[in-house]
Design a protein around this ligand. Structure first.
Ligand SMILES: [Zn+2]
Length: 267
């Protein structure tokens, strides 16, 4: 018996499923693209290679309480209305931004208006993750408390700010403070969002931006007891390099999948 690997497996596992375990159906949503030098995200790419990488959003539908939860909003269609300092930075970095269909449009193509969304969780406040929150008028927004200061006061009070002070609705935003969240597997702090082990908001620690959070969804009622099979991990980081990786490389969100993935974004 390999004691070490057994201990690691137990440490890394989700809590085992309970009887009639609730989980989430996860759907990827198209939410814009950014063309960048491929060498920025794949360390074996040639210097002159470029690629349009998707800024994905995800719809998570709870199987028993039927809550509708969107993780990240990708890029807003009118991204050139962002605070001037941010638009200038995007152009200076040479990004080519294309948003033929934003997160709200992708939802609608799948038959779900954005007004039906109850929760929107933003991994962090970069423009390729925040989309257009105004298109989700009934949602409660969730974001890491570490990012709050970037909107206070924000643009236009601070003319040089990259972030609009009114990006998120004050009366419908819940700033998440991970201090006090219990550990989960290898993660130091995780919030059991529904209290039933179906969806966790995970503190990304130092992460990619202050207040960065990820989500970990159970995607099966019976497959998550002994490993990370049966889960979807949405990390929401502007992509970082992986040696030779040419699998799933998204500018907006990197996702590791277990099973049960469906798309409602249409062809
Ligand atoms: Zn980012």
């Amino acid at each position: 018996m390999n004691v070490y690997s057994t201990e690691v497996a137990e440490t890394m596992s989700l809590p085992p499923p309970v009887e009639n375990q609730a989980y989430c159906d996860v759907s990827a949503l198209e939410a814009g693209h950014i063309e960048i030098p491929l060498a920025w995200v794949i360390d074996t790419a040639k210097d002159d290679e470029k690629a349009f990488l998707p800024a994905l959003s995800f719809l998570l539908r709870h199987t028993t309480n039927h809550d509708t939860f969107v993780f990240d909003l990708g890029i807003r269609k009118d991204w050139e209305t962002l605070p001037p300092a941010y638009v200038a930075r995007i152009k200076k970095m040479g990004f080519r931004v294309s948003v033929p269909q934003d997160a709200a449009a992708s939802l609608l193509r799948g038959g779900m208006p954005a007004t039906d969304i109850a929760h929107v969780c933003l991994s962090h406040l970069h423009f390729d993750h925040t989309g257009d929150p105004a298109l989700f008028p009934r949602a409660t927004f969730l974001a890491g408390a570490g990012g709050r200061a970037f909107l206070a006061p924000g643009y236009p009070t601070d003319a040089d700010s990259l972030f609009a002070g009114d990006l998120l609705p004050a009366d419908r935003t819940r700033w998440l403070e991970p201090v006090g969240w219990p550990p989960l597997g290898p993660f130091a702090h995780a919030l059991d969002f529904y209290g039933d082990g179906s969806l966790y908001v995970v503190d990304a620690g130092a992460g990619h931006f202050p207040g960065h959070v990820n989500v970990l969804a159970r995607t099966s009622g019976d497959g998550g007891g002994c490993s990370w099979r049966g889960t979807a991990r949405m990390t929401g980081g502007c992509s970082r390099g992986r040696r030779g990786s040419r699998g799933i490389v998204c500018w907006g969100v990197r996702i590791g999948m277990g099973r049960r993935r469906r798309s409602i974004s249409g062809g």
